[in-house]
Design a protein around this ligand. Structure first.
Ligand code: GLU
Length: 458
């Protein structure tokens, strides 16, 4: 498979891309998600590198695919029974040319270095697209918070931060949440950072509580942003969300606020899911009940179905993508929507897909959507609203300011439109009209590359 499908590169560019990619595979063995994320970016770059040979000469591809710093550490902690556990912690500070390393922490048993690198790599380009001064990074641990008491989660977070704090700072590296890390965990992490650093340094973490430096709207931002991005894609098709049937996967923070915003704009959202199965609710998802089950009680979507009554059906182990929809919002995790699922959605008439999660769609599924003329919003553009609002939280912290929800939402709306337009226009400029994947990757890459060139051999 050439690294420049669709837009064949000059033989020289193709050879450089191939050589770089092979070296990346060799130097990063056993990291398939990282390889997948890199490949997607490289596949978009041929026309840029053909037009701008100075980027080839400066070896930008090799420099951008090698993290600036990778930190791996031991996280020992004690459970409520006194038993000792040892987890592994990670922080990959991938690229800092545009600002402090910025990206979430993921606590999930599947976390390993390759996962953190894929997420950190995506974050570089996503953060660049927001137009804010934030670099790319990501971190996490293979710790599983499910079934753990608050006290256990607190002790884990304190141990995790006891090592991580020396690498952080409001101008250095600013983590936030991701899967398994929400307001509760950010609170425990912030408390431990403050004790160790003896600084009330609000800008060192984002996603904080509103009373202690958090931003209104940060909780809602990723899901809201994904829907706003979709609204922009639909506008170009002469449509909006009113009356559209939507399927959402996942039931975490991104999924919940995708449901909220999509409903507010008139869509009928009929599903949510978790690792056990999905719920299809003919009357549309009851948002208050979903929040009660997930945010307050930390239960499963099967519990939602049980409490909801006859309109909702729980399908254990099934694929949410079997449910017919005009719009699909994959908002759970990587590679959750494969080619078979894409074919089903296309057969059922899907018009738009917006990646609320990071890399939830497999490459062959993306290809099928694009060939079928489905408007496809890649995660690094469609879910950029979360990290963009983290950037707004940092701005408020730096100015000791507190913005209203309305101010934040207005700014988020402006940013999502700007991200959409930049991806769309860049794709047009490089001969791939309507291809948001190429547009996002090229626009993000150019912004980061220009900063690297300007800052010298770094
Ligand atoms: N984890 C989120 C993402 O994937 C947000 C990161 C942040 O706010 O720093 O973009």
């Amino acid at each position: 498979m050439p690294l420049s499908p669709g837009t064949p590169a000059s033989p020289a560019t193709e050879a450089v891309l191939k050589e770089s990619y092979e070296r990346i595979l060799r130097r990063n063995p056993g990291e398939p998600e990282f390889h997948q994320a890199v490949r997607e970016v490289l596949e978009a770059l041929a026309p840029v590198l053909d037009r701008r040979p100075e980027l080839l000469d400066a070896k930008i591809v090799d420099r951008i695919t090698e993290p600036e710093r990778q930190i791996i550490f031991r996280v020992p902690w004690q459970d409520d029974k006194g038993e000792i556990h040892v987890n592994r912690g990670f922080r990959v500070e991938f690229n800092g040319v545009l600002g402090p390393y910025k990206g979430g922490l993921r606590f999930h048993p599947t976390v390993n270095l390759g996962i953190v690198k894929f997420l950190g790599f995506e974050q570089i380009f996503k953060n660049a697209l927001t137009g804010l001064n934030i670099g790319g990074g990501k971190g996490g641990s293979d710790f599983d918070p499910h079934g753990r008491s608050d006290a256990e989660v607190m002790r884990f977070c304190q141990s995790f931060m006891t090592e991580l704090h020396r690498h952080l700072g409001e101008h250095t590296d600013v983590p936030a949440g991701d899967i398994g890390v929400g307001g509760r965990e950010i609170g425990y992490l912030f408390g431990q950072y403050r004790r160790l650093a003896n600084r009330w340094e609000a800008g060192v973490l984002t996603g904080k509580g509103l009373a202690w430096g958090g931003s209104a709207g940060r909780t809602e931002a990723t899901g809201y942003g994904s829907v706003l991005f979709t609204a922009e894609m639909l506008k170009l098709r002469g449509e909006d969300l009113e009356g559209q049937q939507a399927v959402v996967s996942g039931s975490g923070n991104v999924a919940i606020y995708t449901v909220e915003k999509a409903q507010a704009l008139g869509a009928n959202v009929v599903t949510v899911s978790d690792s056990g199965g999905y719920v299809v609710d003919e009357k549309g998802i009851d948002l208050d009940l979903l929040k009660e089950v997930k945010e307050v009680r930390r239960l499963r979507v099967s519990d939602y179905a049980e409490r909801r009554g006859p309109s909702a059906r729980y399908v254990p182990g099934g694929s949410v993508w079997d449910v017919p929809a005009d719009i699909a919002f994959p908002s759970a995790t990587e590679n959750e929507l494969d080619a078979a699922a894409a074919a089903t959605l296309i057969r059922n008439g899907v018009k738009a897909v917006s990646e609320g999660a990071n890399m939830p769609t497999t490459p062959d599924a993306v290809h099928l959507f694009q060939e079928a003329g489905v408007s496809f919003g890649p995660g690094k553009a469609a879910n950029a609203g979360g990290v963009a609002t983290s950037g707004l939280e940092m701005a408020q912290n730096a100015g000791r300011a507190i913005w209203s929800f309305e101010q934040v939402e207005a700014e988020l709306t402006r940013i999502m439109k700007a991200v959409h337009d930049e991806c769309y226009e860049t794709a047009e400029r490089y001969g791939a009209p309507g291809d948001y994947v190429k547009g996002a990757n090229i626009a993000g890459f150019e912004r980061v590359s220009d900063a690297i060139l300007a800052q010298g051999l770094i």
